[in-house]
Design a protein around this ligand. Structure first.
Ligand SMILES: [Zn+2]
Length: 499
């Protein structure tokens, strides 16, 4: 048996204003093509490792195509077709393949295509020249569309955890189910129930209540009913499509009433909608709250996560909302890790450790995330080539490359500047690489919505979320949605819903 695999994940931020080129698509991660994909075989923090593992157990031959995962603006058609063609080229050369197992995010958008997952699956079948079975492994933030369920006839499987610590398990189950279908051991059927809720990312960590109850309830229901899989998809609020909302997807065996199961769970989600809302602070409010937490007894630092300029949600990572507040407060024992600004990084590299840097910092990528901040005679405390390996559970073993890091002393505060926007801060890598021991600080600021919890929950004394202006703000009423279906909670709080 031969199965073609790959990962073509795009999470669209419809409000981002920079062009969605192929390079921009994979800016926050690495792209691997063809045999390079084998590098992900043993990296449990990557989706494809689960597929490799299941295939190996079952003695199935694997043909890899691509690994590309990134949150970015709406893609150009050229960028999307470039990625899809890399896959289709391999499929055309392997027409004896029996099945296709792919990670497709579920919230991808390109110019003129609001559902790039269905588009990709149709292109793949066309390239195969036959009605080949497809299983897909999706992100928890997928905006599920009915056409995806029709195309993925071997099942739609989703991550349950946020931070996404279960990429491996999700892709593993997709591959196992596809193999079982190909062997005639199971005939999977999939149903879904869309639920009109926009879920703020920064309150959606499944490491703790209230959101932990959602995957726990789905897992218990799945076991009780003897289903293959049940996923509660949060949806991705920053992709503006007619299918942007959360949903429950049920994969069962032919003969099981999967639609009734999905509806029952959709009703449960709706009844618990008030648990998805979050408490948010602007820059000044977040700083005050963090100082309050820092003053409480006990050792350690307080983390402020700036959720509204999250590179993991397609934002630039050089927004100055919290940066400006940190510099204005000018307090010892405070640090920002990190902000992306190649120009300032280059100046710091040229000045060397002990040298000084002046100029405009941050706010250069667009006009949505604050104006640049003038810094004068910032002292370069440390430099790094910016290469590291993640330790956070949801990225463990994967490389990160900030393309240079500098830790600057600006007044009493410290700011780590990177030469590339290498995604959100998942763990302490930017700090460690520049020789900063987080335990020596009172307050550490970073850009992320929830993935940072994977490492910081075990290391920070307290966590405060800052919701400054930006394209991943939790204040959904600020976005000029055009396609989002109304009514939807919480924008229309009085609405009613029945699956
Ligand atoms: Zn996600």
């Amino acid at each position: 048996m031969k199965i073609i695999i790959g990962c073509l994940n795009h999470e669209a931020n419809s409000f981002a204003t920079d062009p969605g080129t192929f390079e921009r698509w994979h800016r926050t991660n690495f792209v691997a093509i063809g045999d390079e994909v084998w590098d992900y075989k043993d990296k449990r923090g990557a989706h494809l490792a689960g597929m490799f593992s299941a295939a190996e157990e079952e003695g199935v031959e694997i043909v890899p195509t691509i690994f590309l995962a990134g949150a970015a603006p709406v893609l150009t058609r050229e960028a999307l077709d470039h990625g899809v063609e890399i896959i289709c080229d391999v499929i055309r050369r392997n027409r004896d393949a029996d099945g296709l197992c792919f990670c497709l995010h579920g919230a991808g958008v390109a110019e003129g295509i609001d559902d790039i997952e269905t588009y990709t699956m149709r292109k793949m079948r066309e390239a195969a020249g036959k009605d080949i079975p497809i299983a897909i492994s999706c992100d928890l933030h997928a905006n599920i569309k009915p056409e995806m369920l029709q195309e993925a006839d071997a099942g739609v499987f989703g991550m349950k955890q946020y931070p996404h610590n279960d990429k491996f398990e999700t892709a593993y189950l997709a591959m196992k189910t596809l193999i079982a279908k190909l062997r005639g051991e199971v005939d999977p059927v999939t149903a879904y129930c869309p639920v009109p809720i926009l879920i703020p990312c920064s309150g959606a960590s499944t490491l703790k209540l209230p959101m932990k109850a959602f995957p726990d309830h789905m897992a218990a229901y799945c076991k009780e009913k003897g289903l293959i899989d049940v996923t509660f998809f949060n949806g991705f609020p920053y992709a503006d499509t007619a299918h942007t909302r959360c949903s429950v997807v049920v994969v069962g065996r032919r003969g099981q009433d999967v639609q009734a199961c999905a509806n029952e769970l959709g009703r449960w989600v709706w009844e618990h909608r008030h648990e998805t809302t979050v408490e948010l602070y602007d820059a000044a409010g977040a700083w005050e709250k963090a100082c309050e937490e820092a003053a409480k007894p006990g050792a350690g630092f307080v983390a402020i996560n700036e959720t509204s300029d999250n590179p993991g949600a397609g934002c630039p990572g050089d927004g100055t909302g919290m940066l400006r507040e940190l510099l204005r407060r000018n307090e010892p024992g405070t640090i920002f890790g990190y902000i992306y600004d190649k120009e300032i990084l280059d100046k710091a590299m040229a000045a060397g450790v002990g040298g000084t840097v002046s100029g405009l910092l941050g706010g250069k990528s667009d006009r949505c995330h604050g104006e640049p901040v003038m810094i004068e005679n910032a002292v370069v405390r440390a430099l790094s080539d910016g290469r590291g390996i993640y330790v956070s559970p949801n990225k463990v073993g994967q490389d990160v490359n900030y393309r240079g890091l500098a830790r600057l002393q600006i007044g009493n505060a410290e700011v780590i500047v990177a030469g590339a926007c290498a995604n959100q801060t998942f763990d302490d890598r930017p700090f460690v690489l520049t020789g900063a021991d987080l335990n020596q600080y009172r307050i550490a600021v970073l850009k992320s919505s929830t993935h940072f919890h994977g490492w910081f929950d075990d290391h920070a004394k307290a966590i405060v979320t800052a919701n400054t202006p930006g394209n991943s703000t939790e204040n959904f009423s600020l976005f000029p949605y055009k396609k989002l279906r109304r009514p939807i909670f919480p924008l229309d709080p009085e609405m009613t819903f029945e699956p």
